[in-house]
Design a protein around this ligand. Structure first.
Ligand code: URP
Ligand code: ZN
Ligand code: ZN
Length: 495
């Protein structure tokens, strides 16, 4: 019997902590050897001329989630409006096509309802896919029963991040509710992830725009300019600082918001910033395309400008933004995205937010980042794999190439030029916002726990093979020192 199940030979291995030319030996789904030469393997993949990257970790993506409504299979009386069309199986295929092997997606909570049943439901849904997965638990209604009984139960299962929205009807939390979530997260050892936009400001601007007949998709950007993101980011950081609770600010789209994060970090606040490919590749002008096409680019925060793209790259280079996720949240144009033009009228407010992005994430960030000389290969690997794995408590199992880690790998051709088409995305959606974009650098194979799940664009994984990734207590929460559990009256600055 061969010593190794698989050997990946001769590639430039970008480990997450530097790049080295070596072979990788895999046994029972794990990396067991990094060596100059590995000979005795049942299967060999030659990687000469290729980069070998840790499989991508996408720590912010929406799969089978409701939008402005209930759930697929909603119970009696639960609202049902519209749901992401991507299933866990189709999402897995798209992620593998783009070199991603692990995700952290969401368990929704609808106002007026609990979370335990949804947890059980989403575990079963995700088990039908092929991606290794964990969850953020959305809290949209932090009642006593939810916060004191159900949240501890879900956290004990290994769901170690709570997600809150500071905008969206009906998801947004008040400051008091947000403080309650921060406090509970601290007590239970969880990260808190936050959608930072000011609900009242967006509602006011939306009402004014609609009053003046400004209803087309392009007015989505007008309804939520950078200032509403900056204000909510500032507030989220201030409240997190007060509680001394780590947070990650999701999908940072503009320098104004990133600067708030940089200031918080400089004060020692445990705040991290994530951005997404759409904030370096799409602009608000895309939402002004003829007809109703602009709906295809609508996500929140809004895509901005090319000047803002340059500032986002600068914030990435400084390390202020250290994770790039897809925020994949997909609705077809022939389905819910475009349907609104005939149904409820072409009102931007009624178009579901979110764009598909699983398969495009790594190619766009590699091409715009590494191929164009904005970031190093090492920075690219950390942004798209190592940092999200570390921040989400999935390291060292995920996000690095090291002995003992899961054998999740993306074999990458750094010179391959590809024009992005919807078919290449391999998702269940009828468009990609990146149609026609030329990229340099493309995944030629994806390996999940030692199994080749994509080769030359052909996805070959069995549905139902993805594994749940339970996470332990969040290890970046500072201890209270001498103060026993409970309220610490000292203001943050004096700690
Ligand atoms: O527009 C977006 N980003 N939709 C997905 C939900 C969210 O806000 O993350
Ligand atoms: Zn969001
Ligand atoms: Zn999102």
């Amino acid at each position: 019997m061969a010593e190794y199940d698989l050997a990946v030979r001769g590639g430039q291995v970008a480990t997450g902590f530097g790049t080295v030319r070596c072979d990788i030996g895999v046994k029972d789904g794990r990396i067991v050897a990094l060596a100059e030469r590995i000979a005795d393997a049942a299967r060999v993949i030659e990687a000469d001329g290729l980069l070998v990257l840790p499989g991508g970790v996408d720590s912010h993506c929406h799969i089978e989630e409701p939008s402005r409504g209930g759930y697929v299979g909603a119970g009696e009386g639960e609202p049902q409006v519209t749901v992401n069309e991507e299933s866990f199986a189709t999402a897995s295929a798209s992620a593998f096509a783009g070199g991603t092997t692990s995700v952290v997606c969401f368990i929704p909570q609808w106002k007026g309802f609990g979370i335990w049943e949804r947890y059980v439901d989403y575990r079963a849904r995700a088990a039908k896919g092929m991606l290794d997965h964990s969850f953020h638990q959305i809290i949209s209604d932090p009642t006593d029963a939810v916060m004191e009984e159900e949240v501890p139960r879900v956290v004990a299962e290994g769901v170690r991040s709570l997600k809150v929205f500071l905008t969206y009807e009906p998801l947004h939390l008040s400051d008091a509710q947000f403080l309650r979530v921060l406090t509970k997260a601290r007590e239970l050892g969880c990260l808190v992830t936050v959608h930072c936009e000011n609900y009242a400001a967006i509602s006011w601007r939306t009402a004014e725009l609609l009053k003046h007949g400004m209803a087309a998709p392009k007015y989505h950007a007008w309804s939520r300019p950078p200032i509403v993101e900056r204000e909510a980011t500032h507030r989220a950081i201030a409240l997190a600082e007060l509680v001394d609770q780590p947070i990650q600010v999701f999908h940072v789209s503009c320098a104004e918001a990133a600067e708030e994060i940089a200031r918080g970090q400089a004060r020692g606040v445990k705040v991290w910033g994530e951005t997404c490919p759409q904030y370096v590749a799409l602009t608000a002008a895309d939402m002004d395309r003829p007809g109703f096409e602009g709906a295809k680019f609508m996500c929140s925060p809004s895509p901005r400008t090319t000047e803002e793209h340059a500032r986002i790259w600068e914030m990435i280079r400084r390390g202020t933004l250290d994770v790039v996720s897809s925020d994949h949240c997909a609705f077809s144009y022939e389905g819910d995205k475009g349907k609104r033009q005939n149904g409820t009228g072409a009102v931007f407010r009624d178009i579901p937010n979110g764009i598909p992005g699983f398969a495009a994430r790594l190619p766009i960030m590699f091409s715009e980042g590494v191929s164009k000389g904005r970031i190093t290969l090492d920075e690219f690997v950390r942004l798209t794999s190592t940092n999200p794995a570390r921040l989400m408590g999935l390291a060292p199992r995920k996000g690095i190439i090291a002995v003992g880690a899961d054998a999740d790998l993306a074999l990458w051709d750094p010179k391959k030029k590809v024009t992005i088409t919807n078919a290449l995305m391999q998702h269940a959606i009828d468009y990609t916002p990146y149609e026609g974009m030329e990229v340099t650098g493309w995944p030629v194979a994806t390996i999940r726990r030692g199994e080749v799940v994509m080769r030359d664009g052909k996805v070959q994984a069995e549905p139902g093979t993805g594994r749940f990734l339970p996470r332990g207590p969040y290890d970046m929460i500072r201890p209270r020192g001498v103060v026993p559990d409970g309220f610490d009256p000292a203001p943050p600055a004096s700690r």
